[in-house]
Write a protein that binds this ligand. Structure first.
Ligand code: DP6
Length: 349
């Protein structure tokens, strides 16, 4: 029988098409971003809550990652939870036992903060809904979860919605906010509702520069202002292309964003390179394959060396052969994670 005082959610990672890179204040983005919500790459988090004898001024938690105590992750999580005591009142009154794991292999070079923080935020909001004042609507709960997830890791706020999400104020989207992401899937052409995203694991090494350090380096990057203007302008064009199902414009902008992100890293005052030789080889082969086959296959990158390949589901078999024949050998242990656009967090208890 399910325990009454446990809440469990899975929540997926997401791939940004317009990148969030640069932030200020309490985790506010310098520009608006849009992402596709993934499906197979997710975190699975459960939170057991028990009332404390005396309320405290900081959180009281036990944390297990993949069933083992993990001091480094526990410290990170404590810091986050202590920063939201005023937003989530039961954190002062309840002891939490948190267990989390990822569907993808640990240190596969895939960012897990988006899935982990969004799963955590969903659990917190569901507990509030049960032991506190219930939320006015399911949408209100998701908005608060997105808000809390943002405070944990900016990109995590986009993972709470199915299909696609937009985070950050933008001239073309009246409802967009810097505080939380909004769902955006229903505004997109149907081709994107089942879009594919295969992740080529070129390297499993932990990155030398974290995303948080990378964002900070944008503050005195000489190109920062033009980068934010570029993101604003590309967002307008990308939204129109994604509404119309114009895959050529979509791909041109998405690839441009991936390269701009890494260009910002290389142009920082304290420059760094996250791309690997095999990353560049994959990108070149994708371009050649596209021009020869006319398959609308485009790449993206997040803050790491592992290319994401984006394409419509109708081309699955052609792309599968291309990856097996020409790309898999460039990956660490031939590792490829086949993913696709998904429905967002799922509740299990
Ligand atoms: C390149 O959300 O990981 O993936 O807010 O400091 O936790 P923090 O950073 P994070 O940055 C993600 C950067 C990105 C682009 C994106 O997802 O939009």
């Amino acid at each position: 029988m399910a325990q009454e005082n446990v809440v469990r959610f899975t929540s997926p990672s997401n791939i940004a098409l317009i990148k969030y890179w640069g932030k200020y204040g309490r985790q506010y983005p310098r520009n608006a971003s849009i992402s596709l919500t993934l499906d197979q790459a997710y975190s699975d988090t459960s939170v057991e809550y028990v009332e404390r004898e005396v309320a405290g001024e900081s959180v009281s938690i036990d944390f297990y990652f993949e069933d083992k105590a993990n001091a480094a992750f526990e410290q990170k999580l404590k810091k986050f939870l202590n920063s939201i005591l005023d937003e989530v009142s039961f954190l002062r009154t309840h002891h939490l036992t948190i267990r989390s794991s990822n569907s993808f292999p640990h240190s596969a070079g895939i960012a897990s903060s988006a899935s982990a923080m969004s799963a955590m935020a969903m659990c917190l909001c569901q507990i509030e809904n049960t032991i506190g004042e219930p939320y006015a609507s399911p949408e209100a709960l998701l908005q608060k979860a997105s808000y809390l997830a943002r405070l944990g890791s900016g990109s995590a706020c986009r993972s709470v919605y199915p299909i696609a999400a937009v985070w950050g104020e933008h001239s073309a989207i009246a409802a967009a906010s810097n505080d939380y992401a909004i769902p955006y899937g229903e505004h997109l052409h149907e081709v994107f509702q089942s879009y594919k995203n295969d992740i080529l694991i070129v390297s499993r090494k932990e990155k030398k520069v974290s995303s948080t350090q990378g964002h900070a380096l944008m503050e005195n990057n000489v190109y920062a202002a033009s980068r934010y203007a570029q993101a604003e302008e590309r967002m307008t064009r990308l939204l129109a292309a994604m509404k119309a199902g114009d895959l050529e414009t979509f791909g041109e902008i998405v690839e441009g964003e991936a390269l701009s992100l890494h260009a910002m890293m290389m142009a920082a005052n304290d420059p760094f390179i996250l791309l690997q030789p095999n990353t560049l080889e994959v990108l070149a082969r994708v371009k050649d394959f596209r021009s020869e086959s006319k398959v609308p296959l485009y790449f993206s990158l997040d803050a790491g060396p592992n290319p994401h390949l984006l394409y419509p589901a109708d081309y699955t078999s052609q792309v599968k052969h291309f990856i097996a024949d020409d790309l898999q050998g460039l990956c660490h242990d031939n590792m490829v994670i086949a993913d696709h656009v998904g429905k967002g967090p799922k509740q299990f208890s």
